[in-house]
Design a protein around this ligand. Sequence first.
Ligand SMILES: [Fe+2]
Ligand SMILES: [Fe+2]
Length: 370
Amino acid sequence: MTVTEPESTALPSTAEMNDSIRLIRDNADRIYQWNYTRERPQLVTLYNKAMASQWNSVTELDWSTNVDPEGLVDRSTPFMQIVIAAIDEPGSPIATWGDKEITQIGVENLKASLSQFMHGEQGAMMTAAKIVETVPWIDAKYYAATQTMDEARHTEVFARYLQEKMGDAYTMSPALEAQIVALLEDSRWDIAYLGMQIVIESLALAAFGDLLRRTTEPLLKKLLRYVISDEARHVAFGILSLQEYYENLTEAELFDRQEFMLENTIRNRNRSTNPEIWERMNVSVADVLPSLTSAAGRIGVHPYADFQKAFFSKLVPNTRKLGLLDANNGYLRKQWQEHGLMEFEFSDDTASDYDTYDAVAADRAAATNN
Ligand SMILES: [Fe+2]
Ligand SMILES: [Fe+2]
């Protein structure tokens, strides 16, 4: 396999990104732990697995693979179906669009998604590093250190894929930025876990899984399989740590965490249609939105239905394991019930099935057997 080193240009490379430093003040205390006794066997197991399944982004991915960005466009995604249908809406601002523009917006949409993955991964790297500093248990500090490395690799591979194969990247979406910055600022160490390992990593598993099922491009496929292997362990890390901690919180403290989950699910569902994509296509978002909404209704496609289903199938069972559904007389359970989330209560089990996601170990076992 030929290995090419990434070019030195920093990503995102456009002038709009030059003013790109964001200062964040963390309000959490750092904890130095003098007790080195390994007291949490499940975290020890997870840490050992994390060490064994580290992978090398330079030698284990074939960066010489030729990628045609237009060939990556999948017209069967809910987003693409809605865009294509919107062309025929009465008074549609994209009425003149043909094949060329459809492909172009498909490429832009994929770039936008991969860009948010990249920025989110950097946020995950910083959140994991915050956990190293703030969690009081030595086993959790060790594990979070391996996660910090995992997230560095994830950030790096998405950045490199965007730079070398897609050409450029988008800036971080304000919604994702606000979500991650809030975790980095919070004074309570468990909120970094709850927001990242439980909420955002469940989101990431759903989004990466969706793209992996759709893509046939071998480099992106392998990259996603390996990233997902790591993410599944990260979610398990969150559950194993918070389960123990939440057993000892008061109902009032648990109520704050239940509210946090509501903020991150039913109260915050307004995921926008990536306004920056439309800007690049020289179409005003305000103009195109009515056509998109009406087209979605006409063809009966909900833009985020599949995605939300995959997200809630991970999130709801994991929240149950933390005891957050039933604290305060089932406060969160009742709220989620009203919004139809409780049908996912027993869907997935990322606390214990992370081994089944380990494509890195599977590939290595297969290579040894051959
Ligand atoms: Fe990650
Ligand atoms: Fe992660």
